[in-house]
Design a binder for this molecule. Structure first.
Ligand code: ATP
Length: 241
């Protein structure tokens, strides 16, 4: 009952040539929720986000607000308020922080969205470090600052759903805490998040719902707090302590 979830994926399959990487994945992201997908290397987490964003051909069903997206494309997804922050944090290295942010706003104009974009001031309020470094070239930023800039750039497009691919990868624990703090703040502002993470502990502490993806299939799913206490999750993903 009630409104359909913002994103619903059903029976999603993706193949690289003859090798199938996703074998029929079902998941949904309610509006304004943080949903995490945890799982080992090679489970298909990046593939899942790429397929949802329309970067890879897939079969199965992808719905936004209950409306099927028969041929998802990056253009169509961006136009409907979906943003992707890829794992590699691709930035325009020889452009300043400010110009990278402006490009994030420009893209949504290209997609035909004329409503008010997120202002650079709003992004700087969220990431004060970026304000200090607004004239610095992106390639000279630290790993954490690059992740903040990648997030900030996606936010300039004013998404209602952000797909985040391992935002904590390679970052120091203090920076990881900062990034997760921002993710919670975004939820407070009404942005839904689909968070792919290998840092299962931080992801399960932060998320509302969680899925465990193993070799292209959902092995477990449920409220994040319940999964955090599931012996199978504890043994495979949380370790001791
Ligand atoms: P990681 O956490 O290591 O990034 P992941 O869960 O994101 O892993 P994917 O990158 O989605 O996993 O990969 C899922 C499977 O698909 C792996 O077996 C991988 O080798 C394979 N794969 C990914 N990209 C390609 C590609 N471009 N061509 C062929 N196979 C691919």
């Amino acid at each position: 009952a009630g409104a359909p979830p913002l994103l619903r994926v059903q029976g999603l399959r993706v193949a690289y040539g003859k090798v199938e990487a996703l074998h029929g994945v079902d998941l949904s992201v309610p509006a304004g929720a943080i949903v995490t997908v945890i799982g080992p290397n090679g489970a298909g987490k990046t593939t899942l986000l790429s397929a949802i964003m329309g970067l890879l051909p897939s079969s199965g069903r992808i719905e936004l607000d209950g409306v099927p997206q028969p041929r998802p494309s990056v253009e169509a997804m961006v136009a409907q308020g979906v943003g992707l922050v890829p794992e590699r944090r691709e930035l325009f290295g020889d452009m300043s922080v400010e110009d990278n942010l402006l490009l994030g706003a420009f893209q949504r104009y290209r997609q035909g969205r004329r409503d008010h974009p997120t202002s650079m001031e709003e992004v700087f309020a969220l990431f004060p470090r970026l304000r200090e470094r607004r004239r610095q070239l992106a390639r000279t930023l630290s790993g954490g600052e690059r992740q903040m800039l990648a997030l900030g750039r996606a936010l300039m497009g004013k998404p209602r759903l952000l797909l985040l691919d391992e935002p904590s990868l390679g970052l120091a624990p203090r920076v990881v805490r900062e990034i997760f703090h921002i993710i919670v703040e975004l939820r407070r502002r009404g942005v839904a998040i689909l968070l792919v993470e290998q840092n299962a502990r931080a992801a399960l502490q932060t998320a509302d719902h969680a899925y465990v993806l193993e070799t292209g299939e959902v092995a477990l799913a449920g409220p994040a707090q319940e999964l955090a206490g599931d012996p199978r999750v504890v043994e495979s993903y949380l370790g001791l302590g």
